[in-house]
Design a protein around this ligand. Structure first.
Ligand code: GAP
Length: 445
């Protein structure tokens, strides 16, 4: 059984994100800009680690997937062919009483306004297209219209032929991409869960049509495993298959990887069988043939596509929620009790791997502290902090999720050894500087 979600967790994590430099509200000095966020010094590291781990498992460790970085600005022809101009809409309703706007499909009761509780006050639903439109060049008007991509996927379909011809890959093979996408969401919210500007990590896996079902199952299992391997407890994750009426216009089957957020189960990633819909649509609209001739079978076919599509920003939020912990501990060095907040990130996800902490700012400790920092920095992302009592500095590193703190003290001047403190157990080991890399390597690899 899954644990009940903790409703207080949301505010705790949002506060910690601001306090420790993970995520700031965007344009805050101008009063903020609704539903946009900036990733601070620690958040940018967390987000990079999430993307790096995805890339490692989807591209680096495979022989059958190659990468791509396609343009964000794209001509209407792409979105006409993909069906987004026609279908990428949400049903928008306005409350005639209080003027609040809602997505009809997200309302608990479609007859009652959640803001003013008026009944039957909603307008007829309008189909609101979520794509951001802008103009390329100095003249606004038809002919200059371009769209910010609402998904990274189409960049991979329109480059299918280029990649096939240059990469020497053949189905089954995939194209992977990480990048920003933009959607004019009617109801952004829940912190970075649903925003208008966000990052996606998507892979289009091109397969012979009769192997589509097999690969769909394969990618559902693989993607669920990825989250578990990186430390999200299994009982906070599930795979949920879409009902027929939930399916996107291009999909014959979709399953979501869902995480138990403080407000309940919600989507982290969708794995879809997009059939040959996209390649056929682009082939027809562009006049380019996007099929594949299999020389061993002597057959020509349009590949089916299995697509694992995840959100990097949303996944970073799930890692934060899953890592958050509070516990009562003895105050380090003093024996009295206190509570501590600790982010128990998997080491690969943790923003900093090591913090280097000279016990005092006295000049004689600077030299060994710099030596230790110089030793570690080529291998690990390190934080360096020399102010405040050491106990408070440990608490700060706990809240950043730093797996190891290395303390340089006055004994270091005599024995050339440092104290290595473990985030989770708070155990401390005395380790010679010359053996420090060997000591940390098996723990952090
Ligand atoms: N190419 C398929 C596609 O884009 P999607 O389910 O609409 O599918 C994939 O998006 C993932 O992108 C979602 O599972 C989610 O993690 C992320 N995502 C989508 N809209 C988002 C938003 N407004 N804010 C943050 N992440 C979003």
């Amino acid at each position: 059984m899954s644990p009940a979600p903790d409703p207080t967790l949301f505010d705790k994590v949002v506060n910690l994100c601001k306090r420790r430099g993970f995520v700031f509200p965007s344009a805050e000095i101008y009063g903020g800009f609704r539903s946009t966020y900036d990733y601070g010094p620690v958040g940018v590291l967390l987000l990079r680690n999430v993307k790096e781990e995805w890339w490692r498992s989807m591209v680096q460790l495979r022989h059958d997937v190659v990468g791509l970085d396609a343009a964000i600005l794209s001509p209407p022809a792409i979105w006409e062919a993909s069906g987004h101009l026609q279908n990428f809409t949400d049903p928008l309703v306005d409350c005639r009483n209080c003027r609040e706007r809602y997505r009809l499909d997200k309302l608990d009761d479609p007859n009652e306004c959640p803001n003013c509780h008026a009944k039957g006050s909603f307008t007829e639903a309008r189909h609101f297209n979520l794509m951001f439109k802008t103009y390329a060049g100095p003249v606004e008007g038809t002919g200059a219209e371009v769209y910010l991509r609402p998904e990274t996927a189409q960049g991979m379909f329109v480059n299918f032929k280029n990649v096939l011809e240059t990469s020497r890959k053949r189905p089954p093979f995939g194209i992977a991409q990480i990048g920003k996408s933009f959607r004019n969401e009617i109801t952004p919210g829940n912190f970075v869960f649903r925003t208008r500007e966000f990052e996606q990590m998507e892979m289009e896996y091109f397969v012979p049509p009769d192997e589509a079902e097999k690969w769909y199952q394969y990618w559902c299992d693989e993607r669920l495993r990825w989250y578990v391997e990186l430390g999200i407890p299994e009982d906070q994750l599930r795979l949920r298959a879409h009902d027929e009426e939930e399916l996107s216009h291009y999909s014959s089957a979709t399953s979501d990887v869902e995480f138990l957020f403080p407000w309940g189960w919600d989507e982290l990633e969708g794995i879809a069988n997009r059939t040959d819909y996209d390649l056929r649509q682009h082939a027809q609209a562009s006049g380019e043939s996007l099929d594949y001739f299999d020389p061993t079978l002597g057959e020509r076919y349009v590949p089916y596509v299995i697509e694992p599509a995840a959100g990097a920003t949303r996944t970073a939020m799930a890692f934060l929620m899953a890592a958050y912990d509070e516990e009562e501990v003895a105050r380090e060095g003093q024996g009295q009790g206190e509570s501590r907040t600790v982010l128990r990130f998997n080491h690969r996800i943790a923003p900093y791997k090591v913090a280097v902490l000279p016990l005092s700012k006295k000049p004689e400790l600077q030299e060994p502290a710099n030596e230790v920092l110089g030793l570690l920095q080529p291998h690990y992302m390190c934080d360096y902090d020399e102010t405040q009592a050491i106990g408070r500095r440990y608490r700060r590193q706990d809240e950043l999720g730093t797996p190891y703190c290395v303390t340089i003290d006055f004994e270091t001047l005599d024995d050339r050894a440092v104290t290595v403190r473990d985030r989770d157990s708070m155990a401390q080991d005395r380790v010679p500087i010359d053996a420090l890399l060997d000591h940390l390597e098996p723990k952090l690899s």
